[in-house]
Design a protein around this ligand. Structure first.
Ligand SMILES: N[C@@H](CCC(=O)N[C@@H](CS)C(=O)NCC(=O)O)C(=O)O
Length: 224
């Protein structure tokens, strides 16, 4: 039986995991819980045999995982998308943590603080600082680890893509990050998936988010 990934409908924390599976060509099933009600998820929550029940989850026979980073690290080891030497491991660990800080910053802005003023401040201070660091560290390398694509590229891609919804011009001045996005999106399975009807561009966050559900902030990159 194909592995199952379970999550709410929005991209949220699941997206990099789904894209990694797509890239590897593994068959998988999406179990989508409607984000408008917790009932369906609560029915499954204690009955799936997850040691730490949460969303997203990944179930493949006896392998039952939650925690988005634990899932993607597991899949990276399984599919040859983890660092393989100390230099690659240091680079991927460092960027994974930096990207996680940036993801959490946008989650905080989106869910708790969103206003036009907060957005402006976030773009000028928080995001500008992170992009400078990430762009500088990536340098001329094609991938975060150096020459090898790893799971952290999926996290970085997703996080940069989130921010293009917040400000479609935010990567202007960071040509290596733009090239990185293009490189990632031109991987054959990823490209085909992104062009298919299965690919969900939006929404990124759930309906409790202030960003995306009540004003024009949601419509910056993909107006529909
Ligand atoms: N650190 C966890 C956070 C998981 C989390 O907060 N999941 C939210 C959606 S983003 C949820 O609705 N979980 C289901 C629940 O709490 O029952 C991860 O990275 O997977």
């Amino acid at each position: 039986m194909a592995p199952v990934i379970g999550y709410w409908r929005p991209r949220g924390l699941l997206h990099p995991i789904r894209m990694l599976l797509v890239h590897t060509g593994v068959d998988f099933e999406d179990k989508v819980y409607p984000e408008t009600s917790r009932d369906e998820w609560l029915k499954d929550k204690e009955s799936l045999g997850l040691p730490m029940p949460n969303l997203p989850y990944y179930i493949d026979g006896d392998c039952k995982l939650t925690q988005s980073l634990a899932i993607i690290r597991y899949l990276a080891r399984k599919h040859g998308l983890a660092g393989t030497n100390e230099e690659e491991l240091i680079r991927t660990d460092l960027v994974e943590c930096q990207v996680q800080d940036l993801r959490l910053a946008l989650i905080k802005l989106g869910y708790h603080e969103y206003s036009e003023e907060a957005r402006e401040k976030y773009l000028k201070e928080t995001l500008a600082n992170h992009l400078k660091l990430l762009s500088g560290y990536l340098g001329d390398h094609p991938w975060v680890a150096g020459n090898k694509m790893t799971y952290v590229d999926f996290l970085l891609h997703d996080t940069l893509d989130w921010h293009l919804f917040l400000d479609p011009t935010c990567l202007d001045g960071y040509q290596n990050l733009k090239d990185f996005l293009a490189r990632f999106e031109s991987q054959p399975n990823i490209k085909a998936f992104m062009e298919s009807e299965k690919f969900l561009k939006w929404p990124i966050f759930g309906p409790m988010s202030k960003w995306g559900y009540d004003d024009a902030g949601s419509k910056l990159r993909f107006p529909d």
